[in-house]
Ligand binder design. Sequence first.
Ligand code: IPE
Ligand code: IPE
Ligand code: MG
Length: 243
Amino acid sequence: MPRHIAVIMDGNGRWAKQRFMPRVAGHQRGVEALREVVKACRTLGVEYLTVFAFSSENWRRPADEVSFLMSLFLKMLEREVAKLHQNNIRLKIIGDRSRFDDKLRQTMQDAEQLTAGNTALTLTIAANYGGRWDMMNAVQNMLGEHPELARGFSEEDLSPYLAMSDAPEPDLFIRTGGEQRISNFMLWQLAYTELYFTDTLWPAFGQKELEKAIASYQRRERRFGRTSEQLGGGQNDKGAPHA
Ligand code: IPE
Ligand code: IPE
Ligand code: MG
């Protein structure tokens, strides 16, 4: 079982368009798909689920879609956090919060605080997140605390400052909606992640689809630079990249 699954939830707009509905109806159904996937991960024993909800580039969308997404995010937090807490799920949010309004920022912080001690599953929502932002932000914060590192630093110096530094790197990456690109998601953390792409649009994605992705992952050989022979018998998951 993958310990950490990262998902680009794509295809909401097309799902709605196919049904002659406004794009935002797809986002609404997308929340339901997320609910099902969270539940499935918890049941299957996945420890970390990280989902891309809003990229730093999504501000380029029409203003009414952006503001719908912001209010959907707020409503979702208000409505779902108690349930997440009951189910022993820890909620984390990564990304640049400075562009969100005070109410949303406060709700995010409260949700994280409430669920901080939960242990069944860590659900991380990437909101106004970008992989390049993450790396730049990490370098800036690292140098703020350790100006002497300006002369040179290692991966080990930097990594505690990256978002998700407390989680293992994703084992499995899933992108729904048919596009085969990373769209500035976790650029650093996906270095050795197994990639899975499906044409299924996010609102139509659920437990069955998730199990298919996991089954594909389980057939892969993760070599981390080694040869197949070194791994002995072509089995899955023989150690981390730096081991
Ligand atoms: C993904 O669905 C959700 C967000 C980016 C917020 P899209 O809205 O990108 O849906 P498509 O790709 O237009 O179908
Ligand atoms: C990526 O989806 C971001 C999220 C799912 C939040 P997009 O639909 O915005 O990505 P591009 O622009 O097609 O690459
Ligand atoms: Mg899209």
